[in-house]
Ligand binder design. Structure first.
Ligand SMILES: O=C([O-])CC(=O)C(=O)O
Ligand SMILES: [Mg+2]
Length: 226
């Protein structure tokens, strides 16, 4: 991560802890808080199984277009602005689009330099091998070799967006790994962290006892988690 600081003072430690916990624990703890509608549709997948990320949502609303901008100096204008606005610990969250790649390795290179942690897009990527080789956690709905130019454009940034069936607000926390993508509402992050770290410790003790022969029935009765 670059040495730049966030301008909004948001806590990078919180998202680093969420990244360690992962999507399943985050989802379980939202369930316990009665928040059951913050897991994205399973169509959004990591480009490689080892990708995992957590960060503050930097939201991007995209729209289908049927022609490039009239003036080439406007090409990719908002997409470029969205990348250049990224801050350390951000995860770009992109709304739904089809028929072109919204994401690629040049955008990821610029995003990484700015300290962004990854991207979650209900849109396609291209340059998949390069994105995997550079290890930039990219969670997308598919791959498509077509350029976004003249097909998909950024309409607005830093507004609530629908991504994978979840409404994501700027600054909500996104936790993504091979199990899926979970959005932790900004105001629930502290509670989710406390619950999830407690559950992780319980699971760890339970795992040890299961691996030395405690039955599942006895383990569930004792630890009351699954
Ligand atoms: O052209 C695009 O929109 C994405 C792309 O290939 C890149 O970032 O390398
Ligand atoms: Mg490219």
């Amino acid at each position: 991560m670059s040495a730049r600081q966030r301008t909004d003072g948001r806590d990078l430690e919180a998202v680093n802890r969420l990244a360690e916990l992962g999507a399943a624990l985050a989802s379980d703890c939202l369930d316990r808080l009665g928040v059951t509608d913050m897991v994205m549709d399973a169509r959004i997948r990591p480009l490689t199984p080892g990708f995992r990320v957590a960060g503050y949502a930097a939201t991007v609303k995209v729209v289908a277009v049927d022609a490039p901008p009239a003036d080439f100096s406007d090409a990719y204008k908002m997409e470029i602005a969205a990348v250049d606005a990224l801050q350390p610990g951000d995860v770009m969250v992109v709304s739904e689009s089809d028929g072109a790649a919204f994401w690629g390795e040049l955008l990821a290179s610029a995003s990484r330099f700015r300290g962004a942690a990854g991207v979650v897009a209900d849109s396609c990527a291209r340059d998949a091998n390069a994105l995997i080789d550079m290890g930039f956690p990219s969670f997308v709905r598919g791959l498509d070799p077509r350029d976004s130019y003249g097909r998909v454009d950024v309409e607005e940034i830093a507004v609530p967006v629908d991504c994978g069936g979840v409404t994501v607000r700027p600054g909500d926390c996104v936790v993504a790994d091979i199990d899926g993508v979970v959005v932790v509402p900004a105001e629930r992050v502290a509670e989710v962290l406390a619950l999830a770290e407690e559950k992780r410790a319980t699971e760890s003790t339970m795992r040890g006892e299961l691996s030395t022969g405690l039955s599942m029935e006895a383990a569930f009765a004792k630890f009351k988690v699954l």
